[in-house]
Design a protein around this ligand. Structure first.
Ligand SMILES: Nc1nc2c(ncn2[C@@H]2O[C@H](COP(=O)(O)OP(=O)(O)OP(=O)(O)O)[C@@H](O)[C@H]2O)c(=O)[nH]1
Ligand SMILES: [Mg+2]
Length: 200
């Protein structure tokens, strides 16, 4: 379980990152998919991910330090960033710079809305992320929004679209479904990185 979480800083790309060499996980997903709620659920805090929310939605990446061991990075939703061409360009530049320059980026969590299913935007981002050499994990959010009897069918739809062997987690920040499993996925990265550092 994640015991401690704090907001550290906002960045607009791969520069000015903390120089502590700790691992990073980047959260990507459409606006409203539940990125901030997921951070709050994982860290067991009500408002952590809103600490840095700037009125007018400045486009930044927000770094949250978990257990002094790993950064969870909240990105603006790409639906929102697509409001104008300039914003799309700014968003893509920021994400590309962050991915290219951040040698501590160990994993990307790509969030999709379980009820809505993957949108064209989601699939386009997925295709762009695949060739990068960074492990990708799919997180299907708002699992509580579909009744139990219809979940299996929707899972099949999602699993048929993400065919490159990515792990898929089905989560609900509202009902705390599989939040513990996703926590373990994160803690495995602390563990791996910690072990690696000891051997260096
Ligand atoms: N039912 C349900 N609602 C959720 C869940 N997670 C998030 N929501 C709701 O979805 C809405 C958007 O959640 P946010 O966490 O703000 O989404 P976001 O991805 O951070 O959005 P942006 O910051 O705009 O990109 C809020 O009204 C949340 O309460 C969930 O697991 N279940
Ligand atoms: Mg948010």
């Amino acid at each position: 379980m994640i015991k401690n979480a704090e907001f550290i800083t906002s960045v607009v790309g791969g520069d000015n990152l903390p120089n502590d060499n700790l691992p990073h996980i980047l959260l990507l997903g459409r606006s409203n998919v539940g990125k901030s709620s997921l951070i709050n659920a994982l860290t067991n805090r009500k408002n952590l991910a809103r600490v840095s929310a700037t009125p007018g939605k400045t486009i930044t990446l927000n770094l949250f330090l978990l257990d002094k061991s790993l950064y969870l990075v909240d990105a603006p939703g790409y639906g929102y960033a697509r409001r104008s061409k300039t914003q799309t360009a700014t968003f893509l530049k920021m994400i590309t710079s962050f991915i290219e320059k951040n040698h501590n980026l160990k994993q990307i969590f790509l969030l999709i809305d379980f009820k809505v299913g993957p949108t064209l935007d989601d699939l386009e981002i997925y295709r762009n992320l695949l060739p990068l050499d960074i492990p990708l994990v799919i997180v299907a959010t708002k699992y509580d929004k579909i009744p139990t009897t219809r979940r299996q069918k929707q899972r099949k739809v999602i699993e048929s679209l993400y065919t490159q062997g990515q792990k898929i987690y089905y989560t609900s920040s509202e009902d705390k479904i599989n939040i513990d499993h996703l926590s373990l996925e994160i803690e495995n990265i602390y563990f791996k990185e910690g072990t690696q550092n000891e051997n260096e």
